[in-house]
Design a protein around this ligand. Structure first.
Ligand SMILES: N[C@@H](CCC(=O)N[C@@H](CS)C(=O)NCC(=O)O)C(=O)O
Ligand SMILES: *[C@@H]1O[C@H](CO)[C@@H](O)[C@H](O)[C@H]1NC(C)=O
Ligand SMILES: *[C@@H]1O[C@H](CO)[C@@H](O)[C@H](O)[C@H]1NC(C)=O
Ligand SMILES: *[C@@H]1O[C@H](CO)[C@@H](O)[C@H](O)[C@H]1NC(C)=O
Ligand SMILES: *[C@@H]1O[C@H](CO)[C@@H](O)[C@H](O)[C@H]1NC(C)=O
Length: 284
């Protein structure tokens, strides 16, 4: 009788501890758990403990990833978002775009196209932010945020379609507007309003189609956040700080989607320039 009361109280204490501090029972310090894991693991209650364990292990494992990039660069941020969603460690290597570092021989030896980001994973070197993102999301598919959901060929087809829609329909007008309305003013140049006026209707046409899609779907490829949504973040983040934000805000379903994807903790960290410079820096 006494021992069963003891057992029940013990179980209660454990339950309270787990519900308040989901990681403490594993001897994991809450501050070591990537915020992205917190965000993701809270939604998957059955496997929550396993989920924290994966995330924590992943964050502490040295994967040896090196990322050549610049923390203000939209394409660098695309890859950073994936690294933070997955809670992966990496060494940042700053390629200063302001001083034209990306066109100097030292960097051209790494990427002859003279563009960032570049990911180095031991003997593998990858250019192109979307290819790097897909690589990381596939290698680390079983940890933290599920960015690809290739449970069937149909799902794979739909996700790939939305990823290419981003590249071929959304990005061309969006990146022109980002350049004119966000980047140019940032470096003290005036936007070319002729270009802006010509480009806006092209983006509006794309967003009208997104609005219809997002009326019936929480995210572009499915009801879950995927790499297809993530790919849009860098341009959207910059454009939401310009008058072009109205194009997104005027469309209720697009607006809801923008709010959901820009609020992700991993994305906030990807935009945090101090988080980039705060890491230990190794040279080339
Ligand atoms: N499609 C490439 C584009 C890369 C790209 O244009 N990167 C920009 C920074 S956001 C860059 O390196 N610009 C330097 C230059 O054009 O000289 C990707 O997604 O990685
Ligand atoms: C996840 O759950 C923990 C514990 O219940 C809570 O402290 C934390 O704020 C939650 N995080 C998110 C992003 O919802
Ligand atoms: C761009 O459009 C705005 C609003 O329609 C107009 O006031 C402005 O003169 C246009 N600028 C150029 C350079 O075409
Ligand atoms: C989206 O939902 C609306 C209202 O529920 C419906 O009328 C419309 O046919 C749906 N569109 C698609 C593409 O499924
Ligand atoms: C969305 O994610 C949850 C949790 O990971 C999963 O259970 C569910 O099957 C996913 N839904 C879709 C439509 O992929």
């Amino acid at each position: 009788m006494g021992s069963s009361i003891l057992l029940v109280s013990f179980a209660l204490v454990v339950m309270i501890l787990i519900s308040y501090e989901p990681y403490s029972w594993m001897g994991v310090n809450a501050s070591d758990v990537p915020t992205s894991c917190d965000h993701y693991c809270n939604q998957t209650f059955e496997s929550r403990h396993q989920c924290y364990k994966w995330c924590e292990e992943s964050a502490h494992k040295d994967h040896g990833y090196k990322l050549y990039g610049y923390p203000y660069s939209a394409n660098t941020r695309r890859v950073l978002a994936v690294l933070y969603e997955k809670g992966l460690s990496f060494d940042p290597i700053t390629v200063d775009l302001r001083s034209g570092e990306q066109k100097k021989p030292r960097f051209l030896a790494i990427n002859p196209f003279g563009l960032i980001p570049v990911l180095v994973d031991r003997d593998l070197k990858l250019f192109e932010s979307r290819a790097i993102s897909q690589y990381l999301a596939t290698v680390h598919r079983s940890t933290c945020t599920q960015l690809l959901n290739h449970k069937s060929y149909k799902k794979m087809g739909t996700e790939t379609m939305w990823m290419y829609i981003e590249s071929f329909e959304f990005d061309p007008p969006a990146s022109i507007l980002t350049q004119e309305l966000a980047i140019k003013p940032l470096v003290g140049q005036k936007p070319d309003y002729k270009v802006v006026n010509e480009t806006k209707p092209l983006l509006e046409k794309v967003l009208d189609i997104y609005e219809e899609r997002l009326k019936n779907s929480s995210f572009l490829a499915s009801n879950n956040f995927t790499l297809a949504d993530l790919f849009h973040l860098p341009n959207i983040q910059y454009l939401m700080g310009t008058p072009a934000k109205r194009l997104f805000e005027n469309r209720p379903s697009v607006h809801r989607w923008v709010a959901a994807i820009t609020a992700r903790p991993a994305w906030k960290k990807a935009c945090d320039v101090k988080a980039w410079y705060g890491k230990k820096m190794n040279g080339y």
